[in-house]
Write a protein that binds this ligand. Structure first.
Ligand SMILES: [Zn+2]
Length: 312
């Protein structure tokens, strides 16, 4: 389910499973959103999406949740102008001291929260008619606290009703394991969980959850950290678990107020050109190390499509 409607899984091209367009780190329910004029965001970001399209990318998962800058109308405009299919999400982000949770996340039950998200899935987000294609949560380091667990229960309720996959920004391996234990106790298979930022865990933690079918999303690929990503990928390959791996940059633009002027600033202050490090540096390195074309296609196309496709 993309921001421009449902698509089949054939001939979509390369996939980026975890990126952002704009993210506003101000905090939930502080200022009306978005704080930037959309034409400004389009001018800044469109060239990078067009570049992806030229390089054979076709599908882009935008992982910014509601209350931290999700802007689905911007995503739709960028998708139409670039030709890149973009998927948005429903769900809430509880990491970073709950700064991005609306007040009702504290008072409502998991059933009530699931209802709100289900409304987005069935009727669209606000009055845009744009529907989410997955559930996105964010939790800090393990073990999960009460609110994090309640949000996960809400995600499980909606997953069971809709088939939307659950992608969880996760602080460490302990938190990932407790998420897996909670979904397993609810009768949900590991293959319905995407461990976002699995680079925050350790090799043995990634291997243990990959063996349970959980998707391992290594998504902060950058030039400075290239070697550590290569090593994590090699360990999965040596253990015959490339079938569970996805890679992404987690790039995007933050909304910043510089003395009353709103600006869009790339996440790592422009050290890496947004969305290009995998194509420019990581894939050539994997090829040098003897990764086959089939293995690269598995990581960059087949796995993310399988991980995020709607389950019946
Ligand atoms: Zn992210």
């Amino acid at each position: 389910m993309t921001v421009t409607g449902k698509v089949g899984l054939e001939n979509l091209g390369n996939v980026l499973p975890h990126e952002h367009v704009t993210t506003d780190f101000l905090g939930a329910e502080i200022a009306p959103q978005p704080r930037y004029p959309r034409h400004m965001a389009i001018t800044s970001i469109l060239p990078y999406l067009k570049k992806l399209k030229e390089r054979g990318y076709g599908l882009f998962f935008e992982c910014t949740p509601n209350y931290i800058g999700r802007d689905v109308e911007l995503l739709k405009a960028l998708s139409e102008l670039s030709g890149l299919k973009i998927v948005t999400n429903t769900g809430y982000y509880a990491a970073v001291n709950k700064k991005f949770l609306p007040k009702h996340a504290y008072t409502e039950s998991s059933e009530a929260l699931a209802k709100r998200w289900e409304q987005e899935w069935r009727k669209g987000i606000g009055d845009t008619g744009i529907r989410p294609g997955f559930i996105k949560l964010g939790v800090g380091k393990g073990p999960l606290d009460t609110i994090e667990e309640k949000l996960l229960q809400a995600a499980i309720i909606l997953h069971k009703k809709s088939g939307l996959q659950m992608a969880m920004h996760t602080g460490d391996g302990e938190a990932a394991l407790s998420q897996y234990q909670i979904i397993a106790a609810a009768g949900v298979d590991g293959k319905n969980m995407i461990w976002v930022h699995a680079q925050n865990g350790k090799d043995d933690e990634r291997l243990a959850l990959a063996q349970k079918g959980v998707w391992i999303s290594l998504d902060g690929v950058s030039s400075e950290k290239l070697d550590s990503y290569v090593n994590m990928i090699r360990v999965l390959r040596e253990n015959q678990l490339l079938s569970q791996l996805m890679i992404s940059h987690d790039n995007g633009w933050g909304v910043e107020d510089e003395k009353g002027v709103i600006k869009l600033v790339p996440f790592d202050k422009g050290k890496n050109v947004p969305y290009q490090t995998i194509y420019n540096l990581l894939l050539p390195r994997l090829q040098q190390l003897g990764f086959t074309q089939a293995e690269i296609e598995l990581i960059t196309i087949k796995n993310p499509l399988k991980a995020y496709s709607l389950t019946p």
